[in-house]
Design a binder for this molecule. Sequence first.
Ligand code: DCP
Ligand code: MG
Length: 357
Amino acid sequence: MTNTVLHIDMDAFYASVEKNRKELEGAVVVCVYSGRTEDSGAVSTCSYEARELGIHAAMPITRAKDIAENADEDVHFVGMDKEYYRSVSNRISDEIYDKYSESIEQASIDEAYLKLNEDVDKSIEIAEDIQKQVREEFQLTCSIGVTPNKLVAKIASDREKPEGLTTVREDEVEDFMYGLELGEIHGIGDRTVERLEELDINSVEELAEAENALLVEEFGEKQGLKLKEKAEGKDSSSVKPQEQKQITRITTLGENSSIPKYIKKYFPELAEEIMEKAEEKGVGFRKVSLIVIDDEIQMHTRSTTLKSHVQDQKEIIENGEALLEEFLEDFSGQVRRIGLRIADLKEFEDQSNLTEF
Ligand code: DCP
Ligand code: MG
């Protein structure tokens, strides 16, 4: 079996999330206000429209406001709300990435590595599918690198932003790496570039072909050889999945509805997908949740806690149905998307074949 690593990086993440939340058009600048004076603080990130004006992350807010004042278009300034961005990030991972990989490493609030047990062509299809769902379900875009390892994936995802898809196959790694500047390789900072240049190593190719002894003398055995491996595009580090806290599956209804019978028809398939994942992970659950996304894209959740941990598809469906009926009793809108979730997960051993006395 072959496998690949995807690196997914959201485009202008905080700014894009704010754009949707506040229904803003055009340039958006997300600010971290320090509170000292009204405008003291720095830009956290900004939309691509704002970048075109010359605004960028880490710029003082006062400077960004000066630029905005002289711009022909409106520039929206909003305060950073990291907790909210984190909740969106968790949902993207939970509702989309989780369907494709057993091994997801959330590397930061807006980037994740997925290990896929697939060949490159199938992996590209999955990456396209992920981009489509992120766009349709979250009105956000992301850029993805499809490659043999984490090091190359991280660089690849950054090559064609926004909404880029960059594939580097095993036999293309060398060309890809040699086309980079030394400083573009993750983990090779300005100071390292300077030290390499002092050794007359001025390109990635030269680093890949440098004498081991020379690098070891300058950087020590471990770091010296590591630098060379990086230049070769080699990386043996594995995707390290975080402990999974919940399993969620959501689907869009054929048409918006508020009729329990119609909505419930979607439950068996959702529950089956959740169970497949739970069995693959070897976990049982004690909490079942219903997720409703209404026709105004508002999300509602309702949950039940069970008496003990189980690993039972029927429990998901029946509790989901009860929660849905309860929810619809005092809900006057229309349901657009429906989902089920299991949580409070625990390693689970099937004991149904043990005889009870
Ligand atoms: N961030 C920050 N300060 C920085 C850099 C980043 O607060 N100096 C935050 C805001 C970003 C998020 O981290 O939205 C992710 O960082 P990225 O470098 O991925 O930046 P973006 O997602 O905003 O833009 P890009 O489209 O270039 O990935
Ligand atoms: Mg990003």
